[in-house]
Unconditional design. Structure first.
Ligand code: NAD
Length: 257
């Protein structure tokens, strides 16, 4: 039995970082890609680089905007086979005792509620697909505790529950749901994390980088393309029996900090 390869892909927060790498990888694999992002200028730059990719400006925390965006994506793609729930924000670094409650709400609104809203709107479209698949972007912080990042870690653990629940709800409709858990991904976001650690520890940036690598078995940080390759695999027919799984891509990291 064969099913067609997925080819209509919606990626949230697809204009930068990991989402951009995933979108370009799907496009290179022959898929039709629609990327949404809060940053319109970054979407313009993505379209200039990959003219086949269609885009929508959308804040994932805005329910009405998300519902409109999913309709726009399905119309632009002519349906939907794959949803990549990539959008997620880090929030501030602070202990639970001192964490700004507004910042807590903001992280939950994007990472948890945003993912829920996109997924809820996408399910009716995915049910029409012969190869429906959802990928949820969790984190190393969804496998370990992460001191001073309680909102982030809480949402990334929450997304594991969401993934496993969705997998059970949607399996009968032929839709697979898996979570990817990146570790330290090379790029500006992780550099900021290292700078933040150096500013509080009194160590140099190089010392913080060495400490971060000492936490891993594989002695290099993750390339966004490594994550994109796994996303393309998980959405492919080769992964047709894989659902409800969590896939760490973190060089065998032993903690989240
Ligand atoms: N970078 C890492 O080291 C790392 C590690 C583990 C997990 N992750 C997860 O991977 C995902 C992508 O991370 P990244 O580092 O590529 O992110 P990033 O900070 O580089 O941002 C990627 C994109 O998200 C967009 N964005 C931000 N807020 C948005 C919103 N409210 N609505 C729509 N778009 C929004 C930005 O404009 C940007 O284009 C996130 O869920 C993140 O938690 C990242």
């Amino acid at each position: 039995m064969t099913t067609p390869s997925p080819h209509k892909v919606l990626i949230t927060a697809g204009a930068g970082g990991i989402g951009r790498a995933i979108g370009l990888a799907f496009a290179a694999a022959g898929a039709r890609v629609h990327a949404c992002d809060i940053d319109g200028a970054a979407l313009d730059a993505l379209r200039a680089e990959a003219p086949g990719i269609t885009t929508s400006v959308c804040d994932i925390a805005d329910r009405d905007a998300v519902r409109a965006m999913v309709q726009e994506a399905a119309a632009a793609l002519g349906g939907l086979d794959v949803l990549v729930n990539n959008a997620g924000i880090a929030g501030p670094s602070a202990s639970v005792e001192t964490f700004d409650p507004e910042a807590w709400d903001a992280v939950l609104r994007v990472n948890l509620t945003g993912t829920f809203t996109v997924t809820q709107a996408a399910i009716p479209h995915l049910k029409h697909s012969a190869a429906g698949s959802i990928i949820v972007m969790s984190s190393l912080a969804g496998r370990f505790g992460y001191p001073n990042r309680s909102a982030y870690s809480t949402t990334k653990w929450g997304l594991i529950g969401f993934t496993k629940t969705l997998s059970r709800e949607l399996g009968a409709s032929g839709i697979r749901v898996n979570a990817i858990l990146p570790g330290a991904v090379d790029g500006p976001r992780f550099q900021k994390v290292l700078e933040g650690r150096a500013s509080t520890s009194g160590r140099t940036l190089a010392q913080e980088e060495a400490a971060a690598l000492a936490n891993q078995s594989i002695q290099r940080f993750v390339d966004p393309d490594d994550i994109a390759a796994v996303a393309v695999f998980l959405a492919s027919n080769a992964a047709r029996s894989i659902s409800g799984q969590i896939v760490p891509i973190d060089g065998d990291s032993q903690s989240a900090s």
